[in-house]
Design a protein around this ligand. Sequence first.
Ligand SMILES: Cc1cc2nc3c(=O)[nH]c(=O)nc-3n(C[C@H](O)[C@H](O)[C@H](O)COP(=O)(O)O)c2cc1C
Length: 204
Amino acid sequence: MDLSTTYLGLKLKNPIVPSSSPLTRDLGLMKRLEDAGAAAVVLYSLFEEEINRESHMLDRYLTEHTESYAEALSYFTEAPRYHAVGADMYLNHLRKAKESLSIPVIASLNGVSKGGWLRYAKEMEQAGADALELNVYYVPTSLEISAAEVEQIYVDVLTEVKAAVNIPIAMKLSPYFSATGSHGQGADRCGSGWSGAVQPVLPT
Ligand SMILES: Cc1cc2nc3c(=O)[nH]c(=O)nc-3n(C[C@H](O)[C@H](O)[C@H](O)COP(=O)(O)O)c2cc1C
């Protein structure tokens, strides 16, 4: 039976695509998913927040005693050299996945800052990702921000990332939006695909 389909403009041999999870942290497991018939894989997410935290911790450990002894002043190079350790690991993993698999590899990004979304999206594209999944998860902590404003943040992220890269983009949505269908249509107007726990059928 021909189960071929398209997703984000990618031709898939069937509609089975393992979602972003620890299964795609390991090359061997990804190969097994491909051998078992997966038509594409979504890598686990690169979390900008995690990279920032790692970077700050590394910076702290490398520099907190730097001034304790005069001779220690030049022990370590500047912290920015270490800034993207987590990102480099992710991008290397992505490159290796592209080398070893013949199915499309979709990278997944959870950004925080506008600079982070754009920088890592571009780097994932350069590392060979066939498409990009935006794992946006914004928790509003302000009492002043409205639901519409929260949803607008998602659309803004999508619009900006879409302008920055040339690969297809899927936006992974949480099922907890008040009006998921309408929000999805906003994303759809920006030219994004759908992904995640909710796959609403949009009116034609
Ligand atoms: C252990 C675990 C890790 C996950 N890690 C990610 C992740 O890094 N990025 C992401 O977008 N989703 C992540 N997910 C969410 C899954 O991709 C998926 O959306 C979720 O499990 C809902 O799918 P289901 O309804 O088929 O279970 C993770 C889920 C699990 C269980």
